[in-house]
Design a protein around this ligand. Sequence first.
Ligand SMILES: Nc1nc2c(ncn2[C@@H]2O[C@H](COP(=O)(O)OP(=O)(O)OP(=O)(O)O)[C@@H](O)[C@H]2O)c(=O)[nH]1
Ligand SMILES: [Mg+2]
Length: 372
Amino acid sequence: MKPRIETCEGCGAKIQFEDPRVPGYIPKEVYSRRLSEGKEILCQRCFQIKYYSKLKHINFSSEIFMTQFREVVKGFSNILWVIDIFDFEGSFRREFSELFEDKNVIYIINKIDLLPKAITRKEIHDWVFKRIRSDQIYLVSAFKNLGIKSLFRRLKIVKDKILLVGCTNVGKSSLINRMCGTDITVSSYPNTTLNLIKAKPLGLDLDLYDTPGISFNDRFIDILSPSCQKKILPHRELSRKTFKAVTGRVYLLGALVQIRVKEVKTDKSIFQLFAPENVVIHDTKPERVKDLLKRQAGRFLVPPCKPKEISFDTLNWSKKSIIIKEGKEIVFPGIGWLTMKKGAAVFEIHIPGKLKIFVRDALINPKRRSKT
Ligand SMILES: Nc1nc2c(ncn2[C@@H]2O[C@H](COP(=O)(O)OP(=O)(O)OP(=O)(O)O)[C@@H](O)[C@H]2O)c(=O)[nH]1
Ligand SMILES: [Mg+2]
């Protein structure tokens, strides 16, 4: 028999027996039975995610997380900030930096397994360091158990409790499970964790607290349904396609990004598109785009994942021309990026209006590698 458990061991929600639509619901008889059998206590939602990979809809407001989060942060002086290397701009947020100004912040760059094997840790570190000027940057993969040992070495000298924070789906709970041997619910759906969960890293005398992920609603994935977000979240090394820039040609990332080559600046201009395995990269002629999007959005062209998942007419499409030179890239946060490998070109980018794109130094840059 387990002692009484007040919160779901998977997501941290307060256990309740009344309302299946509210976080923490578990039928009373199931709760009592599992307690007496000494089994883990999971709310119905976590149970379905964990054993059936299905998301049960419940009512909660993610805005509340941010309000509660501000309060929780005040009680901690040590922060482990988890950032997703695949979605750096979407997960390294100014909103967080401002909150952590007076804290000891350790930066965890997670999911490095998604990058091509040829890129070295030093290269990734140098790239990140240009953006986060800190001597506390740790590159890890919670998935592949990379970089965890050196993180442990750093945490050994922390004597106080630590709050683990970050956007939704960056891998906070996966990291805690890896470090603490816990079984917190992990999933590719956003907002899996719903409350603070305390855990102890193996062999260390301190408490680590998992938190619900924060979402700022300006990433490409934020306009997709939770099941589509789950589908396009990368789990394997990013796929990459190489193209010779040809004026007039159009390249699509699913049905959400249209990239039109407006002008090729040098004789041989080559670019690459990087995206998760389930995001479709497709090139076509300009006259075919309209018809393709109409017939194939949510079918062949993923994301979205279903034809009627998004109402395309209400997306308020914006058009932007950008010149990209060798060694630079355009990032579509959470969906992929375009790297100029050779030469330069002007691209006209069509995206849903409320979403942001960024131009940055290329993360995966063969030229940089050959110099070192
Ligand atoms: N490729 C890869 N995937 C990872 C890694 N860490 C976590 N994931 C995946 O990312 C997804 C989200 O992981 P979680 O640990 O639930 O993320 P979270 O930050 O706790 O998410 P919320 O609780 O929703 O805020 C899952 O599909 C994980 O398998 C990693 O190192 N590499
Ligand atoms: Mg979580």
